[in-house]
Design a protein around this ligand. Structure first.
Ligand code: GAR
Length: 222
């Protein structure tokens, strides 16, 4: 960190923007070789816009309701992203599907964070779905965006336990804590050009996979 050229990020967010905040904070602390050149929200009321402005980052709303089609909205977003020289598009709670126009403009350079262990529980309200399913673990996934819903190649995942007493909000908070750790780390790997994409398989140059297991409920060592 430090000597690396800074990667130019654009962050797209529809909601409160806590993931955006974790990226802003790590950039400000010099922990990321990254610069947020623009924040875009489709939602005029998004907390993410306020967080960006507070940090002195350019932030705009492009309201999808003002466009006749998904393609026209995406075209407007892509034009702004290209204007500011975006190198990596970071979806952080961006609640819109991405069309082919958008994907073709930034091939393998759009990443998303999802609050479940994909491919389990794609889509919406996934913390509640994991609880209701009776899963023992959930977590979060950072993945490349492709044409499907939460289907792109997986870059990194963090696992958290699900407790019997969990509500949607307690599980969401436990997962968010990990989101705020793994998303900045993945961005740093992109900045360092260590993300190696081979079809569905993504490796981080110089990193080996974890070699421990988690069992829930825990069992005695035999
Ligand atoms: C996060 O939990 C993120 O994983 C999720 O929305 C939340 C946004 O929180 N994204 C999705 O569900 C995308 N399908 P934030 O606005 O506080 O970063």
């Amino acid at each position: 960190m430090g000597l690396q050229k800074k990667i130019k990020l654009a962050v797209l967010a529809s909601g409160s923007g806590s993931n955006l905040q974790s990226i802003i904070d790590q950039c400000q602390q010099g922990q990321l070789d990254a610069e947020i050149v623009l924040v875009i929200s489709n939602n005029p009321a998004a907390g993410a816009l306020e967080r960006a402005k507070h940090a002195g980052i350019d932030a705009i709303c492009i309201n999808h309701r003002k466009f006749a089609s998904r393609e026209e909205f995406d075209q407007a977003v892509v034009a702004k992203l290209q204007d500011v020289g975006t190198e990596l598009v970071v979806l952080a709670g961006f609640m819109r599907l991405i069309s082919a126009i958008f994907l073709q403009a930034f091939p393998q350079r759009i990443i998303n964070i999802h609050p479940a262990l994909l491919p389990a529980f794609p889509g919406l309200h996934v913390q509640l779905k994991a609880i209701e399913y009776g899963a023992k673990f959930s977590g979060c996934t950072v993945h490349l965006v492709d044409g499907g819903v939460d289907t792109g190649p997986i870059i990194a995942q963090a696992v958290v336990p699900i407790f019997a007493e969990d509500s949607e909000s307690t599980l969401a908070a436990r997962i968010l804590e990990q989101e705020h750790k793994i998303y900045p780390q993945v961005i740093q790997w992109f900045a360092e050009e260590r993300v190696i994409i081979d079809g569905r398989k993504v490796q981080i140059h110089g990193h080996k996979a974890i070699d421990s297991v988690l069992i829930n409920p825990p069992i005695a060592e035999i």
